[in-house]
Write a protein that binds this ligand. Structure first.
Ligand SMILES: Cc1cc2nc3c(=O)[nH]c(=O)nc-3n(C[C@H](O)[C@H](O)[C@H](O)COP(=O)(O)O)c2cc1C
Length: 168
């Protein structure tokens, strides 16, 4: 057995990222309407928090130029991306303002709603909390929309994308 340990510090951020990357996640795209138009960001910090009330969270990075508009938005939508939506996840990681090549509509609250989501959670801004170099942004889920024709969700693990494999 080989093992190692380290104390998190500014010098071990790469090791820290690699250690945390062993925890596989899904991939979400978060959208909001802003004074400059529709905005999106790819995020894997999405987590469910509470059923009553229905709360979820995600964490925008404070250094992101998209941080302030997302924190200021009264509403946002979390899209759980399908396994065939890799290109869309990559696109909104690179560019949050160009929606031209992705089919979308507006929710009743005016939030951009992407067609390619397995599940879309329409949220009202509930609270923010400090989270180091990120902000913890909680949303109260006001509507859940689901598609059953898109297979399983896209998986993210160790910086790579993949598909779910059932072992049960
Ligand atoms: C799989 C994946 C997950 C990500 N998760 C987050 C996240 O949870 N929070 C965040 O702020 N950025 C996250 N990002 C980074 C953003 O998608 C985006 O690349 C970054 O905000 C770009 O910087 P900018 O907003 O200044 O343009 C993630 C990127 C990828 C590819």
């Amino acid at each position: 057995m080989t093992s190692s340990s380290f104390v998190p510090s500014p010098d071990t951020q790469a090791e820290m990222r690699a250690a945390l990357g062993h925890f596989a996640t899904g991939v979400a795209v978060v959208t909001a309407q802003t004074p400059r138009g529709p905005l999106a960001i790819t995020a894997n910090s999405f987590t469910s928090v509470s059923l009553a009330p229905p709360l979820v969270l995600w964490c925008p990075a404070r250094h992101s130029k998209r941080h302030d508009p997302f924190v200021a938005a009264s509403h946002f939508a979390i899209h759980v991306m399908a396994e065939d939506a890799l290109e869309t996840a990559l696109h909104f990681a690179r560019n949050g303002e160009v929606f031209d090549h992705h089919s979308w509509s507006s929710t009743p609250e005016g939030i951009p709603a992407l067609d390619e989501a397995l599940v879309r959670l329409d949220c009202a801004h509930y609270a923010t909390h400090p989270g180091g170099d990120h902000t913890i942004l909680l949303g109260e889920v006001q509507r859940v929309s689901q598609r059953r024709d898109l297979g399983a969700g896209l998986v993210f693990h160790q910086g790579r994308y993949g598909r779910f494999s059932d072992q049960s």
